[in-house]
Design a protein around this ligand. Sequence first.
Ligand code: ADP
Ligand code: ADP
Length: 227
Amino acid sequence: MIRFDRVSKRYGNQDALSELNFEMQTGEFAFLTGHSGAGKSTLLKLVMLIERPTRGQVFVNQLNLNRLSDRQIPSLRRNVGVVFQNHQLLNDRNVFDNVALPLQISGYQGKDMGRRVRAALDKVGLLDKEKQLPVALSGGEQQRVGIARAVVNKPALLLADEPTGNLDPELSAEVMNLFDQFNQVGVTVLIASHDIALIRTMNRRVLGLADGKLVHDGELPSRSTGS
Ligand code: ADP
Ligand code: ADP
C-alpha cells in the first residue's frame, strides 16, 4: 500500500527525512513515532502529496507519486483519509455537513450523500449528533467527527497525525479502538503519535523515526512491571 524507496526531504538546509526505506502492506496497521521534529508529519505529507520528496520515490497503492500529474492528485486524496490532532472541523457547519464535505468535493449529491454520511457517523457512534455544531461536542466527539469525515469516502488508507494529542487516556483508547475497527475491515492504518504508553497497549508494528531516519521497525518490547 505504501513504499518509500530511499526518500529524502529537505526544507532549506534542514533534513526532515534522510534516505528512508520502508513498506506497508495492504491491511497493515502501524504507528509512526519519534520526538517532535523527527519527521513524522513530513512522512505523512509525502504520502498525501502535500509535499514532494527532494530525492527518492514514494509509492501509494502501486502509484509512483513522482509520476502523478496534478490532475491525478484528487483521486489519490479520495483514497486516503486523514485525521488531524485538532480535528480541523468547520465551526459554522453542523456535524452532518462537516462529514459530507469530502463527498461534496467528490461530486456526490442528495440521497446517496445522506446515506454515506450517516453510515460514517454510525461507525463512530454519532448518529444522534448530526445536527449539532462542533462546539457543542466534547473533544472526544469532535475527534470522532474528524474520523467519520476521514472515512466517508471509504478510503483504502487511513492516516492520522497525533489523533489523540488533545484527549485524555480513556478517550484516546476509544479513538484507537475505532482505528482498530476500520483496520479489521481491511483499511490500512498509519498513525503518527508520540504517546508511547498508548502505542504499547496496541501491540502493533511501530516505525520509529529519529532525525529523519528509521531507527526501529517492529513491535515494542513489552515493558517489565513496576517501571
Ligand atoms: P514531526 O512531525 O516528527 O514533529 P516534522 O516532519 O514536522 O516532524 O519536522 C521534521 C523536521 O523538518 C523538523 O526539523 C522541522 O522543523 C522541519 N520542518 C517541517 N516542516 C517544515 C517546513 N515547512 N519548513 C521548514 N522546516 C520544516
Ligand atoms: P507537528 O508537531 O505536527 O510536526 P509543528 O507544530 O511542528 O507540527 O508544525 C506545524 C506546521 O509548521 C507544519 O505544517 C510543519 O510542516 C510546519 N513547520 C514545522 N517546522 C517548521 C519550520 N522550521 N519552518 C517552517 N515551517 C515549519
